[in-house]
Design a protein. Structure first.
Length: 437
C-alpha cells in the first residue's frame, strides 16, 4: 500500500505521457505514418511551427517527442514564467551554437501569452535561422501572434480527441504498468464512455477523471470496481449517454433535423439539448446544421448558411459547454426560417444525369485555350463573354447537346427564393426571345 501510494504521488497523465510517435494517440492527420509532421520528426527536419488546438490534445507532448528525437539543442520555455532578459540570453547562446554547426529548437508553451513586443524579440533569430521556433497555443494564431512571425512558421491545427482516442488512452492507463496495470481494477464500458464524453476531447481531463475514480475507491485488498454511479459522483453529470455509432445516435439527429424542418423550434432545442448533454461532439451537430441550411432552406434564406457556418466556427473556437448557446442560436434560426428543398432536388436530379453521361465531353466553346495547339483544335471557339453584352446575358448553350434545355433548379416562392424565381423567369424569357430573333 505504501509503495502504491508513493506511485500515486505523480499524476497519471504525467506517468503516461508518450515518449515517441508510436505511443502518441490522436492527430492522425498530422502524425499518422507518412503524414507531413510524422516525416518532419522522423527525418529530423523540423521547421518553425505553431501547434494550435484546444487543451489536452497533445501539443506539449508532441514538442517533447521532438525534444527526445531531434539532434538539435532543445530549449523548453513557458510564456507564463519566462522574462525577456532570459529569452535574449537564450537567443544569443543559440547564435553561438549555430556557429558551431548545431541547431537550436525553442519550444514556447502558451505563446499567445507573450505580447507583440515580446514576440518581436524572436523574429530576427527565426529569420536568420539561429533558432527553430515551436509555439503551442489554444488561441487563434491569426489574432494572437505577430503576422511577421506567423508568416515564418507553419501552423498545424490539432483537433480535440474523438471518443475512440480517449477510450484508447483510458484502456492503456488501465493496462500499462506505468498506469494501473499492477492493480486489479474493473471498469465497465459505460463508465469508460462516461469519462470519454465528459472529457470533451481533452486527454488530461479523461486521465485525471479515471485517476480520481480509482483513488476514490482504492483499498488494500479488495479489487477496485468503477461504476457509472462513481463517475456520476465525480463528474456531477448524470449518465445520459448513448453509443455515438449506434441507433440512438442517428435517432436523435434525425429528430433534431425533422423538428427544424417542421419549424418546431421548441422540439428542435430539446433534441439539441438531449444530444449535447449525452456527450455528443458539438462539431458533429454543427456540421449537420450547415448541411440543413442548404438542404432545407437554401435560396429561401441564404443567411441561414452564413449563420450555420458562424455557429460551427464558434463551436470550434469555444467548445463545450459554452458553445451550447451558439448551437441553440443556429437551431432557432434554422427552425424559424422559411423552407425550400429546391437546391437538394436540383442536385439529386443533376447527379442522376451526370452519372449517366459521365463521359460526355465538355463542349469546345466552354474550354479554355491557353496553348496554340488547343486553339488549333478549336478550344474556346464560339465562346460568348457575358460582360461584353449590354444585358450581361448571351444565348450561348452551356449544357452538352444530349441535355439541351434540361432544367434542374425549380425555385419555390418561399422567402427570398420568390425573387430568385422571378430573376430566373426573366433570364429564360430573354433567352427565348433572342433565340426567336
Amino acid at each position: 500500500m505504501d509503495n502504491q501510494n508513493q506511485f500515486f504521488l505523480e499524476p497519471l497523465a504525467n506517468r503516461l505521457r508518450p515518449q515517441n510517435l508510436s505511443d502518441y494517440v490522436g492527430q492522425k492527420h498530422l502524425v499518422g505514418k507518412g503524414k507531413i509532421l510524422y516525416r518532419f520528426i522522423e527525418n529530423d527536419q523540423i521547421p518553425s511551427m505553431i501547434f494550435w488546438g484546444p487543451p489536452g490534445v497533445g501539443k506539449t507532448t508532441l514538442a517533447r517527442i521532438i525534444a527526445r528525437t531531434t539532434k538539435a539543442h532543445f530549449i523548453d520555455l513557458s510564456a507564463v514564467n519566462s522574462g525577456v532578459k532570459e529569452i535574449k540570453k537564450i537567443l544569443k547562446d543559440a547564435e553561438t551554437i549555430q556557429k558551431e554547426g548545431m541547431k537550436t529548437i525553442v519550444f514556447i508553451d502558451e505563446i499567445h501569452r507573450f505580447n507583440k513586443a515580446q514576440q518581436d524579440v524572436f523574429l530576427p533569430y527565426v529569420e536568420k535561422g539561429s533558432i527553430i521556433l515551436i509555439g503551442a497555443t489554444t488561441e487563434n494564431p491569426s489574432f494572437e501572434i505577430n503576422s511577421a512571425l506567423l508568416s515564418r512558421c507553419k501552423v498545424f491545427v490539432l483537433h480535440a480527441l474523438n471518443t475512440e482516442d480517449i477510450l484508447e488512452l483510458l484502456n492503456h492507463a488501465l493496462e500499462s504498468p506505468k498506469g494501473f496495470g499492477n492493480i486489479d481494477i474493473h471498469v465497465d464500458k459505460q463508465s469508460l464512455m462516461m469519462i470519454a464524453h465528459f472529457s470533451n476531447g481533452d486527454a488530461r481531463i479523461a486521465l485525471n477523471t479515471l485517476e480520481m475514480a480509482v483513488l476514490n475507491v482504492y483499498q488494500d485488498d479488495d479489487q477496485i470496481m468503477i461504476t457509472p454511479e462513481i463517475i456520476e459522483q465525480i463528474t456531477s453529470q448524470k449518465s445520459l449517454l448513448y453509443d455515438k455509432n449506434g441507433e440512438e445516435h442517428y435517432n436523435l439527429i434525425s429528430a433534431l433535423h425533422k423538428s427544424m424542418r417542421n419549424s418546431d423550434v421548441d422540439a428542435a432545442i430539446y433534441w439539441l439539448a438531449r444530444m449535447l448533454e449525452a456527450g455528443e461532439d458539438p462539431l458533429y451537430i454543427a456540421r449537420r446544421l450547415v448541411r440543413f441550411a442548404s438542404e432545407d432552406i437554401g435560396m429561401a434564406d441564404s443567411r441561414a448558411l452564413e449563420i450555420a457556418i458562424a455557429g460551427y466556427q464558434a463551436c470550434h473556437f469555444i467548445g463545450m459547454p459554452e458553445c451550447s448557446v451558439h448551437l441553440t442560436h443556429v437551431v432557432t434560426y434554422l427552425s424559424l426560417s422559411v423552407k425550400s428543398n429546391a437546391l437538394y432536388v436540383a442536385y439529386e436530379s443533376a447527379k442522376k444525369d451526370a452519372l449517366e453521361t459521365i463521359s460526355e465531353p465538355v463542349p469546345l466553346h466552354l474550354r479554355n485555350a491557353p496553348t496554340k495547339l488547343m486553339k488549333d483544335l478549336h478550344y474556346g471557339q464560339g465562346y460568348q463573354y457575358a460582360h461584353d453584352f449590354a444585358d450581361k446575358l448571351t444565348t450561348m448553350t452551356c449544357l452538352p447537346d444530349s441535355l439541351l434545355n434540361k432544367e434542374y433548379y425549380h425555385p419555390t416562392l418561399q422567402g427570398h427564393e420568390k425573387k430568385v424565381a422571378l430573376r430566373l423567369q426573366q433570364i429564360k424569357k430573354w433567352k427565348k426571345e433572342k433565340n426567336k430573333a
